[in-house]
Design a protein around this ligand. Structure first.
Ligand code: KIV
Length: 270
């Protein structure tokens, strides 16, 4: 399994880091077989798998349940698990308790938190040896305030993001996810930080890229952001289900090739 040291080495040698989200055993198994460097059990789970409208409804037990399955599917891949909305940022004691619970129960390599307001939380985690990935730029847990749009696109907000990125590194974050920000800004932040920077909608000059599994495979996504590139197409799944339904109705399935043909009834006394 890659370690944090490997990931830092990859940054230093300009060896790009791949990350994809995974939410269950089969997607994790696929990602590990595809030799993806790192997995994110994202709270995008809420929309992609649980049918919620946003990430906000996702609970810590949802994350634990799914991250455990991901770990079973990808026991040898560096795995980051998202801290869901409201689980931290409340009180120092409960924040740490929730974070430790998530980290221990899922056997993750790190947890991820959104926003620069959690500097003290990151420091406290660092203090007790709990690795934290910070997520800045567009933070989906705050879309109620920001909306889904490019962030840090004015001089002031860009400067703020530079300061925040530096502050989370200083606080002990092991990695940074930068979402939906101008590419030249992401490039500058990546160059200035020692920790790996993973981009999503942040251009090509970050240390790595992350995409949502369901976006990559066109798996029932109603809307795709500009930064998504689709590499496969699961939308044909619906055609397959329709065909299955039709074949059952028309007694085409199962045919002989899907049937055990041993004549047992001759041997059964009625
Ligand atoms: O939850 C998620 O999928 C994420 C990615 C968008 C980075 O946080």
């Amino acid at each position: 399994m890659l370690t944090l040291k490997h990931l830092i080495d990859m940054k230093q040698h300009a060896n790009k880091i791949s990350m994809v989200t995974a939410y269950d055993y089969p997607s994790a198994k696929q990602a590990e077989s595809a030799q993806i460097d790192t997995l994110l059990v994202g709270d995008s789970l809420g929309m992609t798998v649980l049918g919620y409208e946003s990430t906000v409804q996702v609970t810590t037990s949802d994350m634990i349940h799914h991250a455990k399955a991901v770990r079973r599917g990808a026991p040898n891949t560096f795995m980051v698990v998202d801290v869901p909305f409201g689980a931290v940022g409340i009180s120092e004691h409960s924040d740490l308790e929730n974070a430790i619970d998530l980290y221990k129960q899922t056997n993750a390599n790190a947890i991820k938190v959104e926003g620069a307001h959690l500097i003290d939380f990151i420091k406290n985690c660092n203090h007790i040896g709990l690795p934290v990935v910070s997520h800045l730029g567009l933070t989906p847990q705050s879309v109620g305030i920001t909306g889904y749009k490019m962030q840090a696109n004015t001089k002031e907000t860009a400067q703020q993001l530079i300061n925040d990125a530096y502050a989370v590194q200083q606080a002990g974050a092991i990695m940074l996810v930068l979402e939906a920000v101008p590419s030249d800004l992401a490039a500058q932040i990546t160059k200035n930080l020692d920790i790996p920077v993973i981009g999503i909608g942040a251009g090509k000059d970050t240390d790595g890229q992350v995409l949502v599994y369901h976006d990559v495979l066109n798996y029932e996504v109603p809307h795709q952001a500009k930064f998504v590139k689709q590499y496969g197409d699961f939308s044909s799944g619906i055609t397959a289900l329709m065909q299955y339904h039709k074949e059952v109705k028309n007694e085409i399935f199962p045919d002989e090739s899907h049937t055990y043909k041993k004549q047992i009834m001759d041997e059964v006394s009625e």
